[in-house]
Design a protein around this ligand. Structure first.
Ligand code: PMP
Length: 360
């Protein structure tokens, strides 16, 4: 408690991210990073920017990067908003679109933990919609009529930490049911097999898709994310951004991200490698007795009938393999395992066999 904090800050706890270990030899499958690293062209562009651009202030409007993103996704630059990772974009979304509406935000009860944090930070009341028995999002639950208008909807597609995805038809049904409310789709993992809501923007001006360079473009350390939506919605985000952050991205992030989005060949090759390894890893885990949810993300969500998930995560950690365990009810018997290289996944499975033989 502090004399200086307001009540809503006292109710929060500092964010504890998935562990970033200091020991080099760990197999790190706990925070959904991409094992293949950024496009060599992005690294080259960053090196050039180091030599060339750091003396100058960055471009306040991120003009070149927004143009590159717009071209890649077939939209206008004014439909693109960029920020320091999609977490920052989400903060702007909650601030500009959901806050002070005096209405409920609909979101899944099990999803990316930051949504609940931002609800508290920005005083947004939420209606938590339960996942179905197979840990899927049921679009009907979001499209059903409610007694009062809503502040909006936010869902992750694919959802985190389950990895399960909605189809475009299902997203369209949610957006169609609330034409006057923003429907935000967090597409952090969409490039690993799901379909982007960007394809629906022509007919649904209430949809916003949020993307990140941290996963499919392997640039988590650069901190770049973007939102694509109607010019009206993006205009709202620009208004809250301009009030306190006039330089959204630094010059290295501008250069690296623009080069990364242009390198379609590298992007396609590496995300296909992740998807192929995901299929192998799923099969291996099933052979070891795990139940694995069908994933369209760069991680799998798996539980074992004979092993407590928390203990399994600790046993793996003791062997130098990091995976993620959540203590939240309903999912506390699952492990979220990032799809690493085939070698890393092999090491994970060998370690699991070792642990299983020890405990039986
Ligand atoms: N959304 C989801 C669903 C995520 O899992 C993450 C990363 N853990 C983010 C957004 C934030 O990613 P970043 O800030 O690195 O863009």
């Amino acid at each position: 408690m502090s004399r200086f904090w307001s009540d809503h800050v006292a109710g929060l706890s500092p964010y504890v991210a998935g562990e970033q270990p200091k020991i080099a030899k760990l197999v790190k499958l706990n925070t959904n990073e991409n094992p293949y690293g950024p496009s060599p062209k992005a690294l080259e562009a960053i090196r050039e920017a180091v030599g060339d651009r750091l003396r100058l202030y960055p471009d306040n409007d991120s003009t070149a990067l927004r143009a590159a993103i717009a071209e890649h996704h077939g939209v206008k630059p004014d439909q693109v908003f960029v920020g320091n990772g999609s977490d920052e974009i989400l903060a702007h979304v909650f601030n500009a679109l959901f806050r002070r509406q005096g209405r409920m935000l609909l979101m899944p009860d099990i999803s990316y933990s930051f949504y609940k944090t931002y609800c508290r930070l920005y005083d947004v009341p939420a209606e938590l919609v339960p996942l179905d028995d197979d840990f899927g999002i049921r679009p009907e639950d979001y499209a059903a009529a409610r007694p009062a208008p809503i502040a909006g909807v936010i869902v992750a597609n694919p959802n985190a930490p389950t990895g399960r995805a909605l189809s475009l038809e299902q997203i369209d049904a949610i957006a169609a049911a609330h034409p006057d409310a923003p429907v935000v789709i967090d597409e952090a993992y969409v490039d690993f097999g799901a379909q982007s809501a960007i394809a629906l923007l022509g007919r649904r001006d209430n949809l916003v898709a949020i993307h990140t360079f941290s996963k499919s473009r392997s640039l988590a350390g650069l901190r770049v994310g973007f939102a694509i939506g109607s010019e009206e919605i993006i205009g709202g985000l620009n208004r809250v951004k301009d009030s306190f952050n006039s330089y959204p991205l630094d010059s290295l992030a501008h250069a690296g991200a623009a080069a990364a989005i242009r390198d379609v060949e590298y992007f396609d090759r590496t995300r296909r490698l992740v998807m192929a390894t995901r299929a192998d890893l799923t099969q291996r885990l099933e052979i070891l007795g795990f139940k694995v949810l069908p994933s369209q993300a760069n991680f799998v969500f798996a539980s074992h009938p004979d092993h407590d998930a928390r203990e399994l995560a600790l046993a793996l950690r003791a062997e130098g393999v990091l995976v993620r365990h959540f203590s939240q009810p309903r999912i506390d018997q699952f492990l979220r395992i990032t799809v690493g290289t085939p070698e890393e996944c092999e090491l994970l499975c060998e370690t699991l066999v070792k642990i299983q033989t020890k405990t039986h």
